[in-house]
Design a protein around this ligand. Structure first.
Ligand SMILES: Cc1cc2nc3c(=O)[nH]c(=O)nc-3n(C[C@H](O)[C@H](O)[C@H](O)COP(=O)(O)O)c2cc1C
Length: 197
């Protein structure tokens, strides 16, 4: 399988970077190919221009998307699986990843007369500082899942999976305690890519 990883974390001094590395180890051990868009390292531009806004909101195919957007779309259409790896920031993906969707999921590619390939799988691996119970208490976990799976990936992947690694805040001792188990899970998600839970 050809796997496209959209990675979004501002620092290598992070648990999330270890999730990325463990997942990639699993992919390699299973013989999958992969490419990574590291959105902060690429300094991916995430603010829409007015022209981009008008193009999408008027459901127009013109003007052509910008080169950086076309490059991301080409990576998607050359892949079988898309994977998003990021930390939860204020109960959402980081603004940089949200902006990636704003610009890359264009009219004529991700909606309208779609040219986006229907991928075999969409996988989300996100790390959350809070414990799962806290994320569930106000329906935050559910809302994050709904936005990613029910909106951004819906109709664009054949199979979708959302994995959250909780308790990863430096505030909690469980960060260290769960570290190995979480990374084992990330590795296995790469190794057994298409296995549904
Ligand atoms: C600006 C910011 C906002 C955050 N918001 C949340 C949040 O809403 N919910 C949560 O569970 N964790 C939140 N966190 C914690 C991150 O998800 C944290 O990065 C996570 O524990 C992953 O660890 P890592 O940064 O070492 O990869 C936030 C962190 C930052 C820096």
């Amino acid at each position: 399988m050809k796997v496209f990883i959209v990675y979004c974390h501002p620092s290598e001094d992070s648990f999330t970077s270890c999730v990325r590395d463990a997942f990639i180890s699993g992919l390699k051990d299973a013989g999958h190919e992969y490419i990574v868009s590291d959105l902060y390292k690429m300094d991916f531009k995430t603010d829409m221009t007015e022209a981009e806004y008008l193009r999408d909101t008027y459901y127009r195919n013109t003007p052509a998307p910008a080169d950086d957007v076309l490059a991301e779309q080409a990576k998607i259409n050359a892949s079988d699986v898309i994977v998003f790896i990021y930390p939860v920031f204020w109960s959402e993906a980081p603004a940089k990843l949200v902006g990636w969707f704003d610009r890359v999921w264009t009219y004529g590619f991700a909606y309208g007369e779609k040219t986006m390939k229907t991928l075999e799988k969409g996988l989300i691996l996100c790390s959350a500082g809070n414990p799962r119970e806290r994320l569930e208490e106000f329906g935050i976990l559910d809302s994050m899942k709904k936005v990613m799976l029910g909106d951004r990936l819906f109709g664009r992947v054949k199979q979708a999976e959302f994995v959250v690694f909780d308790n990863t805040s430096r505030e909690y001792e469980l960060r260290e305690k769960n570290w190995e188990q979480h990374l084992k899970t990330a590795y296995e998600k790469g190794k057994n890519l298409l296995t549904h839970p």
